[in-house]
Design a protein around this ligand. Structure first.
Ligand SMILES: *Cc1c(COP(=O)(O)O)cnc(C)c1O
Length: 379
């Protein structure tokens, strides 16, 4: 089955009770038993819920995995992965990282005795400098948020395999429409399903997808034991989002390209970060591991002026100033004061998240309207 068919049919079946094509929202915490333990595989909704299971199967299908797990947020999904580790273990992580992931690693898990190395992975070989016998996990985000750095998943996977270390990839920006990390050798794919998978800015959710049964069992145990599940209503919405993922992504990519090219030609713009440009670092890797270049991009206004950047952000009318990304509507963000405010200024400026950086999540509106909006805001 090809991807565009999988989004609609992959591991999905009409509901057994009445043949409903969309799974009913099983808004229940518990299930009747005929005798203690006498139930139909569903005893309590933290452990099992039919709507969530339908979604988890769809997650597995679109990422070419065997097992999917849905969580109450992307960070809850990452939290579950980290609970595979023990005090003393070490993690090698991408240095340009979603701010909340950085906060979870440094403010929560460092306190539990896990050591993190934040490493530039644009050259994958750099990772080997940080591997030792305590290394248990490599955490990759690609394209990265907000600098759109590209990391060679296949090359990192080879290093991970060689040293017997797990590789987890945050695939939120690319989505499985553009990139399928399990096929490239990753062990775990993670999503903030809040973004492109949900696609309509109406839910907060996370996902993990794996191929290996033992790894899946460990993660299911953590999901149930720690309990950071998502509810049935949100599961239904995410499942509905998945069914249009491919058409939305196609338009996100088309509009992203148009906006990136327009900004690159604008006299008031200093630099544009978009993996589709030939001079973008690792453009050739993006070309081979991704189907297209996505709808996310960042740019700097000339002079790297904070006030100027804030003015542009405030003047935009169709692009809404808001946190988050990946919805049908175009959003604009100021990473230094919003999504990445939890990263110390010196740390974020090292990787390019300067005060004048503006991030766009290009939506699926009319391309000309989006460009005209940027034109008036920059003017
Ligand atoms: C938003 C986001 C997260 C966190 O997900 P939540 O659903 O907000 O908890 C993690 N990684 C990336 C790349 C994100 O954009």
């Amino acid at each position: 089955m090809k991807f565009n068919t999988k989004t609609i049919h992959g591991k999905q079946h009409p509901d057994k009770a009445y043949g409903a094509v969309m799974p009913p929202i099983y808004q229940t915490s518990t299930y009747a038993q005929t005798t203690p333990g006498g139930h139909k595989g569903f005893a309590y909704s933290r452990s099992h819920n039919p709507t969530r299971h339908a979604l988890e199967n769809a997650f597995a299908s679109i990422e070419n995995g065997e097992f999917g797990l849905a969580f109450g947020s992307g960070l809850a999904a990452i939290d579950a992965v980290m609970k595979l580790l023990k005090p003393g273990d070490e993690v090698i992580s991408t240095n340009d990282l979603y701010g909340g992931t950085y906060r979870l690693f440094t403010s929560i898990f460092e306190g539990f005795g896990i050591k993190f190395h934040f490493v530039g992975m644009e050259n994958a070989a750099n990772i080997e400098n940080y591997i030792n016998e305590k290394t248990k996990l490599i955490w990759v985000e690609t394209p990265t948020n907000p600098m759109l750095n590209i990391i060679d998943i296949k090359a990192v996977a080879l290093i991970a395999k060689k040293h017997g270390v797990l590789l987890s990839v945050d695939n939120t920006f690319a989505t499985p429409y553009l990139q399928q990390p399990l096929d490239l050798g990753a062990d775990i794919v993670m999503h903030s399903a809040t973004k492109y998978i949900g696609g309509h800015s109406d839910l907060v959710m996370g996902a993990l997808i794996v191929k290996d049964k033992d790894l899946a069992d460990k993660l299911y145990f953590i999901q149930n034991a720690s309990g950071a599940i998502c509810g049935p209503q949100d599961s239904f919405l995410a499942l509905r989002g998945i069914k249009t993922l491919h058409v939305r992504m196609q338009r996100h990519c088309e509009n992203g390209k148009a906006v990136a090219e327009y900004l690159a030609s604008h006299p008031k713009v200093e630099s544009v970060y978009w993996p589709g440009f030939k001079n973008h670092l690792n453009h050739n890797i993006a070309k081979t591991q991704m189907k297209d270049f996505g709808g996310m991009l960042s740019f700097n206004t000339k002079g790297n002026n904070y006030e100027e950047a804030i003015k542009v952000v405030e003047n935009l009318k169709i692009f809404t100033l808001a946190e988050s990304l990946g919805g049908v509507e175009s959003l604009v963000g100021h990473p230094a004061s919003m999504t990445h405010a939890s990263i110390p200024k010196a740390e974020r400026e090292k990787i390019g998240v300067v005060d004048s950086l503006i991030r766009l999540s290009v939506g699926i509106e009319d391309e000309e309207d989006l460009i005209n909006d940027l034109k008036q805001a920059l003017g």
